[in-house]
Design a protein around this ligand. Structure first.
Ligand SMILES: CC(=O)N[C@H]1[C@@H](OP(=O)(O)OP(=O)(O)OC[C@H]2O[C@@H](n3ccc(=O)[nH]c3=O)[C@H](O)[C@@H]2O)O[C@H](CO)[C@@H](O)[C@@H]1O[C@H](C)C(=O)N[C@@H](C)C(=O)N[C@H](CCC(=O)O)C(=O)O
Ligand SMILES: Nc1ncnc2c1ncn2[C@@H]1O[C@H](COP(=O)(O)OP(=O)(O)OP(=O)(O)O)[C@@H](O)[C@H]1O
Length: 488
């Protein structure tokens, strides 16, 4: 692409050596990936400063460089800009021809429920006859092909290239607060933006819950002029967002428990898969939620309100939900020979865990047993509240390893012991090997017990454990099929 086309819409100081007709082959923000003729974008990141790699990028063949700092004496043009991350996203959008314009774009944000809502939306939209891509945590689905996902919201280069590759009419994106803060979605305008909720998470990254909220709220400035915000108003942060957006004249629709909500939840029948009574505008209807738990009632309502706005009637959308098969690693249920229920779930916040417990209590669980750990180095502030909650509710709490993320195992054991002493009165068991923790619960579980294994969902283990399994689901499947070998 010609340099002048590539730089459109980006503010920069033009170097003397600027050549508008210079041909740029590609864009990279990692010097190691540069190929001859590429443009290198230097980013001052969290652990490294890309400006230090400019010479390496040029040695690898970079034809030009964009960066924020004062840099002189390069033998290629250097374009100084005020925000390299923003410039990267705009460059990527220019390079791929603004591909988001070719799709109906739906962005889903919130602490919890993004993946589930995205799966529900995709299912309904496809059942209605439209084609649909999905970009998010579990994997990316483009033109019906699964592409492994590295991040919830990919970096701008990968994101714009996925959007360009997609021939689908609709693209649903999970948008993380990291993605918004790091400008990964700059250059994209959304037709629909959904807010699921906000809770205590990622406070190792954002300085406060308010700051975290403000970042999430920025997504709602990225709507097309006719775009619609769909907001869960049952959550105090949703209400706050609604007020903020209504003041600025945006189209806002809410779902919640109040008569002012566009979609109002009137009643929930406490079956495992809840039947709910809802009002949409003037019409009331009964619907079957295709997933267990009250949290999934909210996810379903968010999806239904969005597709209804897209022209799919509530009746049709609700009927499509009857063939929804669930979401990998989200409330996946497994039977147990003694009659216990084992659940693998991705809950890693206090409110997500509370929803799990509520579901078990509604199902008259005899005992709640919970196996969980904490990702090394991440979000230490939420651990104490989670352990206190779990030890309060559970008959048995087993603390184990999640992803150590570089923390030595004996150090993680000490961290778990301290949490146990300080917030669970020493009542938790600590079984570091995750597969052995699950095995222990499997062997002790009795009829009527509900055993939650949370935190990793569908993710593969980063450590090797004793049992030959690389996910929680595989561990359970191994225990189910090799009972004799395990108990002998
Ligand atoms: C902590 C974090 O968020 N890092 C993100 C950030 O990286 P960074 O810019 O800080 O990288 P850095 O390592 O400091 O390097 C700075 C620059 O030097 C460059 N470099 C470095 C070395 C070298 O030899 N040459 C070179 O050019 C790097 O390529 C980079 O451009 O910007 C990159 C570009 O957008 C992201 O890919 C990267 O995400 C990393 C991979 C990541 O895993 N982030 C997680 C925390 C994340 O984003 N998670 C959310 C979900 C959260 C949740 O809901 O659970 C997500 O959306 O996935
Ligand atoms: N609407 C909701 N409110 C609260 N908790 C929820 C909600 N939806 C899902 N959860 C809980 O959060 C977990 C993660 O759900 P999901 O993957 O849909 O959210 P997410 O926002 O994509 O999460 P992440 O950003 O961590 O990938 C679920 O396993 C469940 O325990």
């Amino acid at each position: 692409m010609l340099m002048d086309e590539l730089l459109k819409g980006i503010k920069f100081a033009q170097p003397e050596s600027h050549d508008p007709s210079m041909l740029i082959q590609g864009i990279q923000f990692n010097s190691r990936k540069i190929r001859p003729g590429d443009l290198f974008v230097a980013i001052n990141g969290f652990s490294a400063d890309g400006h230090r790699y400019i010479n390496q990028a040029i040695a690898n063949g970079a034809a030009a460089v964009v960066g924020e700092q004062n840099v002189n004496g390069l033998n290629v043009p250097y374009y100084q800009t005020s925000d390299s991350r923003k410039a990267l996203a705009r460059l990527a959008s220019n390079f791929y021809g603004h591909p988001s314009k070719n799709h109906i774009m739906i962005g889903v944000t919130g602490t919890n429920g993004k993946t589930t809502t995205a799966y529900l939306l995709k299912h309904i939209i496809e059942q209605s006859g439209m084609t649909c891509s999905m970009i998010g945590t579990v994997n990316n689905m483009i033109n019906n092909q699964a592409i492994q996902s590295k991040n919830t919201t990919p970096d701008p280069l990968e994101l714009q290239s996925l959007l360009a590759e997609s021939r689908d009419e609709v693209v649903i994106m999970e948008v993380s607060s990291h993605g918004i803060e790091q400008q990964r979605v700059e250059g994209i305008l959304f037709d629909y933006t959904l807010f699921t909720n906000l809770g205590n998470d990622h406070l190792d990254y954002h300085e406060s819950l308010e700051a975290y909220f403000n970042v999430k709220a920025r997504l709602f400035k990225r709507m097309k002029s006719q775009g619609t915000a769909i907001i869960a108003s049952h959550n105090e942060w949703g209400k706050k967002l609604q007020n903020k957006l209504s003041e600025s004249g945006n189209n806002v629709l809410t779902f919640g428990k109040q008569s002012e909500d566009e979609m109002q939840l009137l009643n929930v029948c406490t079956e495992y898969f809840p039947t709910i009574k809802v009002r949409l505008g003037e019409t009331t209807d009964f619907l079957q939620v295709p997933l267990p738990g009250m949290h999934n009632v909210w996810n379903t309502l968010g999806a239904l309100l969005t597709v209804q706005k897209m022209g799919i009637s509530l009746k049709k959308a609700a009927s499509y939900l009857s063939t929804f098969n669930g979401v990998p690693g989200r409330f996946e249920t497994f039977s147990h020979p003694a009659g216990a229920t084992f659940i693998v779930d991705y809950a890693h916040t206090e409110d997500a865990i509370e929803y799990c417990y509520q579901t078990a209590e509604r199902e008259n669980a005899e005992r709640i047993i919970h196996i969980l750990g904490f990702r090394g180095k991440r979000d230490l502030s939420k651990r104490r509240d989670i352990v206190a909650l779990c030890s309060d509710v559970c008959s048995q709490l087993i603390l184990t390893f999640d992803d150590l993320n570089g923390v030595p195992s004996d150090r993680m054991v000490e961290e778990l012991q301290k949490l146990n002493e300080d917030f669970a009165d020493g009542s938790a068991e600590i079984i570091p090997d995750r597969t052995q923790a699950i095995q222990h619960a499997w062997e002790k579980a009795e009829n009527g017990d509900w055993v939650f294994i949370t935190g990793k969902g569908q993710e593969t283990y980063k450590q090797s454990f004793k049992l030959p399994a690389s996910t929680d689901k595989q561990t359970i499947q191994f225990l189910k099929t090799s009972k004799d070998m395990v108990t002998s």
